[in-house]
Design a protein around this ligand. Structure first.
Ligand SMILES: NC(=O)c1ccc[n+]([C@@H]2O[C@H](COP(=O)([O-])OP(=O)(O)OC[C@H]3O[C@@H](n4cnc5c(N)ncnc54)[C@H](O)[C@@H]3O)[C@@H](O)[C@H]2O)c1
Length: 280
């Protein structure tokens, strides 16, 4: 059975690498929809917690994890491991490892590169690799592809996509499945496999023409948010000095023909909120 068929029949085993705020909701989504999921994390205590059915993320109830540890009809089975030697087992590998900034505020791709090398050591024909970590445009084609494409041919032997994670942890208005998923592939066959995978678990999948376009779309979203948080912060300080109520101003400009969306500062002086204060 080829990979597309395995995905469509939910027989593909899904590997999630990095079981944090992004990876764990994906474990639940794929598992609850019937996929068998193997989670990878370098932190042994997280692996132990998960294999006992214990969540370490506030808004993720342990009961949902525990339910995936024992086989049930209609649901997949989940197990966690810290053994990168098992990366050859899943048919799909979704990379959700951290991408912090260095002290010089440059992207630190240590974790992504380490994970990619571990995948490359086990990569076999028929696997799909999807990078979800937030990163700069060009990462998938310039960093991952040369490492993964060393032995096998991309688009023929294995498939490589970038699909930015847009999770907003704890936001009750959005669930994993209701956040539209952008996917870009290195080749058309890669894109087709990426779209097939995410269409199984996400309500709306948005294919784009390249991994670079997908990477740039995430950057645009984050820059939009950062710029608007900074803007409302500055305006709040200006309004305070002018004796103008910033909240009245925001409300007044809310029905906007330009389609702009309100960013709301918190009422206490100092901290600033927006739809989200996390730059992720
Ligand atoms: N948290 C968010 O709201 C959010 C939203 C959108 C995008 N993102 C992006 O998603 C990525 C993951 O973010 P997160 O918040 O889930 O991070 P996190 O720190 O909560 O989780 C990352 C996990 O990866 C593990 N890890 C590190 N190196 C590993 C390796 N080589 N192999 C296996 N596991 C490894 C860590 O132990 C940790 O458990 C980042 O690029 C982040 O920018 C995060």
């Amino acid at each position: 059975m080829d990979l597309l068929e395995k995905i469509k029949t939910k027989q593909a085993v899904v590997g999630i690498i990095g079981l944090g705020y992004v990876g764990l909701p994906l474990v639940l989504r794929f598992g609850e929809l019937g996929f068998r999921v193997l989670g990878f994390d370098t932190d042994p205590s997280k692996v132990e917690h998960l294999n006992r059915g214990e969540s370490y993320i506030e808004h993720i109830p342990s009961s949902r994890l525990a339910a995936l540890l024992t086989p049930r009809e209609g649901a997949g089975q989940f197990a966690a491991t810290h053994d990168p030697g098992r990366l050859g087992e899943p048919d799909v590998l979704i990379v959700c490892v951290p991408t912090p900034l260095t002290a010089k505020r440059e992207p630190d791709l240590r974790f992504v590169e380490q994970t990619t090398r571990q995948i490359a050591a086990c990569l076999r024909p028929g696997q799909l690799v999807s990078l979800e970590s937030t990163t700069y445009p060009g990462t998938t084609a310039e960093l991952l592809l040369p490492i993964l494409g060393d032995r096998l041919r991309v688009g023929e032997d294995f498939y490589l996509v970038f699909s930015p994670e847009r999770e907003d942890p704890g936001n009750p208005s959005f669930q994993v499945n209701t956040i539209p998923k952008v996917v870009g592939g290195v080749t058309p066959a890669c894109l087709a496999h990426g779209v097939a995978l995410y269409s199984q678990v996400i309500d709306r999948v948005i294919p784009v023409s390249s991994t670079q376009a997908a990477e740039m779309s995430k950057l645009l979203e984050n820059i939009y948010r950062a710029v608007n948080i900074a803007l409302v912060n500055e305006l709040k300080m200006l309004c305070l000095r002018m004796g103008v109520d910033i909240f009245e101003v925001i409300e007044a400009s809310r029905p906007s023909p330009s389609g702009s969306r309100p960013f709301i500062p918190v009422r206490a002086w100092g901290a600033i909120a927006s739809p989200s204060t996390r730059f992720t």
